[in-house]
Design a protein around this ligand. Sequence first.
Ligand code: SAH
Ligand code: SF4
Length: 356
Amino acid sequence: MKRPIKGLELEEFSEAMQSLGQPAYRAKQVFKWLYEKRKDRFEEMTDLPEALRKVLDEEFFITRHEAVKTTGSKDTTQKFLFELQDGQSIESVLIPASPALYGEPADRRTLCVSTQVGCAYGCKFCASGLDGWKRNLDAGEIVEQILAAERLSGEKINNLVFMGMGEPLANFDNVIKAIRIINAPWGIGIGARRITVSTSGLVPQIRMLADEPLQIRLAISLHGATDEVRNLIMPINKKYPVQELLDACEYFASRKKQKITFEYILISEINDGLDQAEALVRHARALHTKINLIPYNDVEGLQWKRPSITRQDAFLRVLEKQGIQATIRREKGHDIDAACGQLRLQNLKHKDLQST
Ligand code: SAH
Ligand code: SF4
C-alpha cells in the first residue's frame, strides 16, 4: 500500500529510500520540494532522475487538501472546509492577529487544526461530536492542513493550535508525529512554543505528553471548576474528575516548566455562577495557569445560551480581582466564526437535504 509522504519524518523516509536502493541524501532533496518549494507532484521534482520519480509514485502519495468551502476574508477569520480522500470532511480555521484587543504580536497568524473526523467525547456545547466519531486523521492529513491553508490564503502561519475537530490526545501517535514534522527545520519549521495542544482532559495522555521531549504548550478545556458542574458539561469528567485532571496538569507544568492555559466557555446558568469563578481562582492559583474565557457560541440543535455581557464581566472581575491572568474572547463576527466543527455540520446537513 502507498504511504502518505507528508506523514513521514525525515529519518523514516531516508530509511525507506535506502531500502529502495537510493542514497539517503535523496530524502532531503524530496522534502525540500515538499516543504520549501511546496510541490505536490513527484513529476515536478525536476532534479530527481525520472526512474526515481516513477518509483516514488508507486510507493508514496502526496496528501493534498482541496477546500470545498471557504468563508471569511483575508482580514478576518477564514474557515476552510476540506474534503479528504475518503469523502469525509474536516475544517481548519485561520485567525489573524488582533493586537488592538489582546496585545498579541501584530505578525501572529494562528491556524486551528483538526485531528479527527468527528469526536467521541460528546461535550454538550460542541458541534464536533454531534455526529459521533468517524476516524483518526493520519499525520499527513494533519500536516497538510497548514500547507493547504498557506496555499489558499497566501499567508505564512506562525502559530498553531490543536483546537479544531477531534480530541488530539485520543489520536496521540499521529498528533505527536505531525508535531515533529511541523516543528522540524526540514519540515514546516514552526517553533514548539508556538504550538498549543488542547485537550478535554485525557489524564494518562497528558502525562505521556509531559514526558515527550517537545516544548509545546498545553491548554485544558475545563469549562467547569467542580465535578458537579463539569459533569453536566463534559462526560469525560466522570472518568477523569477535576482533581485527577489538575494533578496531571501539575505534572505537565513541572516537567515543562511552563504555564498551562485553562479554556472556560461561559454558558448561561450552567457554569457562569460566581461560585465557579471562585473555585476557578483556586485552581488557577495552585497551578499558576492563565484563563481564557470564551462566551458560548450558539450551536444549532443545542439548547444552551451565552450569558449577558454583565454576567460575563462579573465572572471576569472575580478572576482579575484575585490577580489571575485572564482574558475574554470577544471579537466581532464571533457568531460567523463560531467554533470548529460547525461548518462541517452545516455541510453535512446540506448534503442530507440534497440526498432526501
Ligand atoms: N478536543 C479538544 C480540542 C477541541 S477544542 C478539546 O476539547 O480541548 C474545543 C474548543 O473549541 C473548546 O475548548 C472551546 O474553546 C471551543 N468551542 C467548541 N464549541 C464551542 C461553542 N459552542 N462555543 C464556544 N467555543 C466552543
Ligand atoms: Fe470533542 Fe473537544 Fe468537542 Fe469535547 S470539546 S466534543 S473533546 S472536540
